[in-house]
Ligand binder design. Structure first.
Ligand SMILES: [Zn+2]
Length: 491
């Protein structure tokens, strides 16, 4: 492919995202000698274990945060599943990512790839792929399904393309210039092995090796999926980290070794979120029995419903529908009756309200002491309700979730060990999960190497800092929204 290329002022940039990799898991893998590449990158550069995810700490929300630099308030992606007020239906991004990567079902192409990127992901924000392509750089993405970019990609497999045309959905996505998603999209023939029956990260590693060998990008988003899946099902977790590590190792080898690799590339290795063990599952709608609840667009008329409840992993949201009678505070109180509910939050009268156990606080942007990320909030009530050790960057993240126009009015973060069953009753009891505000779901390792002048992020880093860092790295101005005033967009 011929591309008008702009010379890169410094190094090219690789962003590797290992889904669900927490600091402790990375330590165990390194101690067992099964993550040698990440260990070498950390030794050559910098590793810190205080990077904070967004909230809800769920993959679509987090990938959107990494690619746009926005919490849900700016990305408009509030969760794995949510109630679409305009279309009066539930949106499900689905959890069977492995199956969809291999097969490309209608559900995936429709809601995940097309709607999430082109309709749900806010038009007022700009992805790394978009702002770098606009500046003349070549971007590439491997296996990321949050992928909005400037280049139209028809679905590569003829079968899936014909299916997409027949059922009348869009048969292309807009992504980075070089885009690879399992068997569904590939802009170049790389000779990577097929990924049917698993092996997604091995396949991704082979695609990445091909890209590095051909010097095929200025920016690469290299997404590794299986570490998250292995933890959910309680499988061979260290084995999955090892495969992810060897995928990154294939990039290093393709460049001729670590030294040459870091001469050519600045590298960020990060996770989207972490995971914690799940021992019990709960029905998030249970405390609201007795209210008229929206079940699905086929079975329910939202004009006759009071509330809709969406739940997935370790977070649940309650939406007010036409017949809602109770105040948000009362709904929050009822949700707290659930043993699985730990922190419940809602917005009202210009304040963000938070409840946990018997305690209560409210906050909004305003005069107050600056937090470790420079935010200033006015806090009233129990100021110590959310200890920063247990709930890192809590106020910024709660604000980022509650002020998302697509989020529910009341949001519930799960207690340790608990998960909310999804709409199909599925859960991960016996395995791991994530989604809550708590540190064990939210704190991720951040490895940076090859940056001129040392580690590129200081203060308390957030995964929302990566997109601004990419813009700075390439000297590109990134279109930035006006900072949301406290409750802009709620309702
Ligand atoms: Zn997950």
């Amino acid at each position: 492919m011929t591309v008008a290329r702009r010379p890169v002022p410094g190094k090219k940039l690789i962003l590797a995202v290992v889904d669900g990799l927490g600091p402790e898991l990375l330590d165990r893998a390194i101690a067992a000698g099964r993550a040698p590449t990440m260990a070498r990158l950390a030794a050559a550069g910098d590793r810190r274990d205080d990077c904070v995810s967004t909230f809800p700490s769920l993959t679509p929300v987090c990938l959107a945060a990494l690619l746009t630099g926005e919490h849900p308030s700016g990305s408009h992606i509030p969760g794995m599943t949510w109630y679409h007020r305009g279309e009066r239906r539930l949106v499900e991004y689905g959890s069977s990512f492995a199956a969809t990567l291999a097969e490309g079902t209608r559900q995936m192409v429709d809601d995940i790839l097309v709607n999430m990127n082109l309709v749900h992901l806010s038009r007022r924000t700009t992805t790394i792929f978009e702002f770098l392509e606009d500046a003349g750089y070549v971007t590439a993405g491997v296996n990321t399904y949050v992928c909005r970019g400037r280049v139209r990609h028809p679905i590569t497999r003829p079968v899936a393309r014909r299916l997409a045309r027949r059922i009348g959905i869009v048969d292309a996505v807009y992504g980075p210039r070089r885009y690879f998603l399992g068997e569904l999209f590939f802009t170049d023939l790389t000779g990577a092995p097929h990924n049917f029956g698993g092996g997604i990260d091995r396949h991704g590693g082979a695609v990445g090796r091909w890209l590095v060998t051909r010097d095929g990008f200025d920016f690469l988003f290299f997404y590794l999926y299986e570490t998250d899946a292995a933890q959910h099902r309680g499988g061979d977790v260290i084995g999955a980290v090892e495969v992810a590590d060897s995928g990154i190792g294939m990039l290093v080898e393709a460049a001729g070794g670590l030294e040459q690799f870091l001469d050519r590339y600045a590298v960020i290795v990060v996770a989207d979120h972490s995971q914690s063990a799940v021992v019990q599952a709960a029905d998030a709608a249970a405390p609201l029995a007795g209210s008229a609840l929206f079940e699905s667009s086929r079975r329910s008329d939202p004009d006759r419903c009071e509330l809709a409840v969406t739940a997935s992993n370790r977070v649940a949201m309650v939406y007010r529908l036409a017949r809602a009678r109770e105040a948000n505070g009362r709904i929050a109180e009822r949700m707290l009756e659930l043993e699985a509910a730990e922190v419940v939050m809602y917005a009202e009268d210009g304040w963000m309200h938070v409840r946990r156990d018997e305690g209560e606080m409210r906050f909004r942007r305003g005069p107050g002491e600056a937090d470790p990320r420079g935010n200033r909030f006015t806090v009233e009530g129990d100021a110590d309700l959310l200890s920063p050790q247990l709930y890192p960057n809590a106020l910024e993240r709660i604000e980022g979730a509650l002020t998302c126009p697509a989020a529910g009015e009341v949001i519930v973060s799960a207690a340790p060990g608990w998960e909310f069953a999804d709409s199909g009753g599925a859960h991960h009891v016996g395995g791991g999960s994530h989604g809550s505000l708590r540190a064990e779901d939210s704190i991720v390792p951040l490895i940076t190497a090859g940056f001129e002048g040392g580690p590129p992020l200081d203060g308390m880093p957030s995964i929302t800092d990566v997109a601004p860092l990419a813009a700075r790295h390439f000297g590109v101005s990134r279109p930035v929204r006006q900072a949301a005033s406290a409750l802009a967009g709620v309702g």
